[in-house]
Design a protein around this ligand. Structure first.
Ligand SMILES: Nc1ncnc2c1ncn2[C@@H]1O[C@H](COP(=O)(O)OP(=O)(O)OP(=O)(O)O)[C@@H](O)[C@H]1O
Length: 271
């Protein structure tokens, strides 16, 4: 269904993604983990065609996405929606208009200019907001919402495109543990209920283990692990993160109870 064949991206002499080859043969929730600079964002940006590949290919349902040009790239970006760590909403615009902007790729410039949206799209946007539990905020400015609510607006905007794939680049990195959980629960539900494929860059091991069907570990642009969450042992994680013997899983955790335990342990050691 989705195949990477020696997909590579270089910036000058730096190879950010180095000959990545893998296949994802059915819609699943895939977590991509690795330390900062491992190439996770660059991989997703190439998939979405926000960045062109230097070499290699990426095919979806038999179509080489790296070969697309112009209008075909925009059509692909509708099928393959992306959400970001910083939400990328229009802060002063109301929530429902932000969600409706998910339809920009299929609307005329004039309609966009005057913010004209078909009634059916408005109803659909509100339905999606309802599904994500934030419909009561539809008329508020995006900037008035909490981070977790804003990320759910961004997910709603992505769903408005009715995408086959959702790419999430560190979707919970700016959120507190409680909101992180709400956003990850929403993504998991969207995968399970709609059968959409979700690829999610994650900083934290426990989130990858808890929510993903498959985990891909990257190090220095290469895939160094590709397996199920239960194969992701501490030893494997240490290898992915290139960490020393003092590597601690808690350092990559967003789970409230794990954080509290780690904090307690640190306090006990200090006293
Ligand atoms: N536009 C760019 N120009 C030059 N180098 C870049 C560019 N984008 C990324 N890089 C480099 O490519 C490498 C991979 O970066 P990338 O952002 O993909 O890593 P990452 O795993 O997503 O890290 P993080 O978790 O910090 O976002 C890094 O060394 C980075 O400095």
């Amino acid at each position: 269904m989705l195949t990477f064949e020696k997909l590579t991206k270089s910036f000058g002499t730096k190879t950010a993604v180095d000959a990545v080859s893998l296949t994802i043969d059915r819609p699943m929730m895939v977590g991509v983990i690795g330390r900062s600079g491992a190439g996770k964002s660059t991989l997703l940006r190439m998939m979405n065609r926000l960045a062109p590949a230097t070499s290699g290919s990426f095919t979806f349902e038999g179509r080489d996405i790296t070969e697309l040009r112009g209008r075909d790239i925009r059509a692909w970006q509708s099928d393959c929606a992306m959400i970001f760590q910083q939400f990328n909403l229009v802060p002063r615009m109301d929530v429902v208009s932000n969600v409706l902007h998910g339809t920009l790729n299929r609307r005329s410039t004039l309609a966009t200019l005057f913010n004209l949206f078909p009634k059916d799209d408005i109803y659909r946007a509100i339905d999606i907001l309802e599904r994500l539990g934030i419909a009561e905020n539809a008329a508020k400015r995006a900037e008035a919402l909490s981070g977790g609510q804003q990320q759910r607006v961004a997910i709603a905007r992505a769903l408005m495109q009715d995408p086959k794939i959702i790419l999430a680049d560190e979707p919970i990195a700016s959120l507190d543990p409680m909101n992180a959980q709400i956003v990850m629960d929403a993504l998991r539900r969207i995968h399970e209920e709609d059968g959409r494929m979700i690829l999610c860059n994650l900083h934290t091991l426990d989130t990858a283990r808890r929510y993903c069907d498959r985990v891909i570990g990257m190090r220095d642009g290469r895939v160094v692990f590709d397996g199920t969450p239960d194969q992701l042992t501490t030893g494997v994680a240490r290898d992915i993160y290139g960490a020393e013997a003092d590597f601690s899983e808690e350092a990559t955790s967003t789970d409230i109870s794990v954080l509290n335990t780690a904090r307690r342990a640190r306090l006990e050691t200090a006293s």
